[in-house]
Ligand binder design. Sequence first.
Ligand SMILES: NC(=O)c1ccc[n+]([C@@H]2O[C@H](COP(=O)([O-])OP(=O)(O)OC[C@H]3O[C@@H](n4cnc5c(N)ncnc54)[C@H](O)[C@@H]3O)[C@@H](O)[C@H]2O)c1
Length: 437
Amino acid sequence: MVIQDALLRKVRDRTAVVGVVGLGYVGLPFAVEKAKVGFRVLGIEQNPARAAQVNAGENYIGDVQDEELRDLVARGLIRADMDFARIPEMDVIVICVPTPLTKNLTPDLTYVESVTREIARKLRPGQLISLESTTYPGTTEEVMLPILASSGLRVEEDFFLVHSPERVDPGNKRYTTKNTTKVVGGVGPASLEVGQTFYAQTIENVVPLSSAKAAELVKVFENTFRAVNIALVNELTLLCDRMGLNVWEVLGAAFTKPFGIMPFWPGPGVGGHCIPLDPHYLEWKAKELNFNTHFIALAGEINRRMPEFVREKVHRVLNQRGVAPSRAKVLALGVAYKKDLDDFRESPALSVIHLLRADGAEVVYHDPHVPTFRDGELGMESVPLTADLIAAQDLVVILTDHSGVDYAWVVKHARHVLDTRNATQDVRDGREKITLL
Ligand SMILES: NC(=O)c1ccc[n+]([C@@H]2O[C@H](COP(=O)([O-])OP(=O)(O)OC[C@H]3O[C@@H](n4cnc5c(N)ncnc54)[C@H](O)[C@@H]3O)[C@@H](O)[C@H]2O)c1
C-alpha cells in the first residue's frame, strides 16, 4: 500500500520519471506526449542513429512535430540512452518494441522477452511496467510476469504490471494519442489503479479492463476486424473483376447507407506493422486451445493474394497494348503501405515490384515519402517524377494514393495507368487511359 500510494502520488503530481523502451512509431510520439505535460522522459533505444537523433532534438517520426521535440530535448525533458543502466531512475517503464512474426507466421517475442529480462535485472520497488506492444492474450502474465518476478520482488506489492495497447493510427490528424480512448488491463487491481492513473494524465478517456489478457485481446481483435473487412472488400474486387463491375462504384454506393455498414476500401494488399501481422498472434494462441480462427486464416489468404492479382491486371493491360510483360517499362507510383506515410514495412507495393521484376519488367518507382528502400536483396531509389519519365513507361501502376501527387498530370503524360487505390477518382480527362483494380 505504501509503495503503491507513493507511486500514485508521483504519477499525479508528475514528478514520476517515465521510461520509454523503443523510440519508434509508437514510442517517440508517446515520449513527446508525456514530456509535454511535464513528465521527465528517459528513452531507451537500441538503434544508435535514432538515440543520437533524439538527443540532438532531431525528429524522424511523421506524427511528431519537429519543434516540439527540439524544445522538449532542449528543456531536458527527453533524453535517450542505448542501454538499460538508468532503469532504477524510472518510476514508470513503457515498452514499445516490435512484435514481429517468424517466417512461419508464429509470434516472435524476442524483443519483448529480452527487454523484460533487462528490466528484471534492475527492477526496484515502486515501479510500474506497461507493455504497449501488440501481442497475443497472455503475454503480459505468462511471459513477462515470471521474468519480472525472478527479481525476487512481488507483483501488486513491490511492482505493478499492466498491458495497455497502443492504438495510434499513424498519419491520422483527427485522432492522435491524446484523444484516442486507451484501454488498460492490470495483472491485479493495484496494477490497474496505477496504470489507469498514469494514462489518465495525458489521455482523455481511459477504459479499465478486468485483466491484462482482456486488454491484449482487445487490440488483436481490433486489427483482426480491419484485416477481415479489408479482405471482404478485396474479395469483392476479385468478384467484380469477373462480373465486369466497378468495385469502387459499388462500394461507394453501399457506404452511403448511414447505418449497419462502415467504409473499407480495396487495394493491392495490406501492409505496415499491424494488419498483416497481429491477427496471426491471435491465430497462434487460439491453436494452443485447439481452436481454429477461420476468419483470420481466410482474411490473411485473400489479402496476401492481392499483389498477385495486381500482377495479373498489369499483364492484361500490357497484353491489350501489345507489350510483353518481360519487356515492359513500369513505374510503380508509391511504395509506402498507406497514403502520406513513409512506412514501407510489409508494404504490398514491394511484393508487386518483386513480382513484376521476376517477370522481367524494368521497374522504377517514385514515392515522395520514401526516397530509398531495401527489401531483402532488392534496394531501390525513388526516381524524380517528370513528364518525360512518365511518358517513357508502358504502364504507371498507382500502389499508394499519396495526396501530394497530381494524378490528373500523371494521367495526362502516361500511356496507361493501372490504379489500385482509386486515386484518380477525380481525374476527368484521359479516363480511357485508366484501368481500375
Ligand atoms: N506503428 C503502428 O502504427 C503501431 C500502432 C499500434 C501498435 N503498434 C505496436 O507497437 C509496437 C512497436 O511498433 P512500432 O511501429 O513503434 O515499431 P518501430 O520499429 O517503429 O519501433 C520500435 C523501436 O524499438 C527499438 N528497439 C528494438 N529492440 C530494442 C531493445 N531491446 N531496446 C531498446 N529499443 C529497442 C527499435 O530500434 C525501434 O526504434 C509493435 O508491437 C506494434 O505492433 C504499432
